[in-house]
Design a protein around this ligand. Sequence first.
Ligand SMILES: [Zn+2]
Length: 188
Amino acid sequence: MTIKNILKTPERVPRLGEMKYRDSKGIFMNESMISAKNEYMKEAIKEAYQGIEQKHGGPFGAVIVKDGKIVGRGHNSVLIKNDPTCHGEIEAIRNACSNLKTYDLSGCELYTTGEPCPMCLYASLWAKIDKVYYGCTIADNSMIGFRDEEMDKLGTGREQLGDFLECIDRDACLDLFHYYKEMEHTIY
Ligand SMILES: [Zn+2]
């Protein structure tokens, strides 16, 4: 490879298989050690680890699933994009809509590492997503320094949504949150 070619090589972005994760006890682990039982939540967690390792934003990853297939994914990119609306769920909704060429995500499920904030909750409803599975709770989001709880007190009516929201794999997502809490990061 000539020097000219080397200079042209874009900045390398690590791939998932090459990344090393660390759990809440500080133990380095690979992706097979992420403890989520649900395969889609596992993907959302991987998405979140990718985001925080690259300093894109908070530990929030999301995937959107239709007919058993992942049709969209994203992680919090508030810091890298200088855009406070780039939460993981919003990024995944935009990605799924772009991939499926539609604004209507009926028949889709969203998996996210943290309980959706009011903005993401309503974006999911606007997108007509069937169901949202989340790992960590709003209180957990506050535990690592985010303002979800104080915003939620304004009243989102989430308790009226019945089984639209369901908590799964919280422990696996808490490992992620603890990892984030211990690493050097910017709070916004
Ligand atoms: Zn949000």
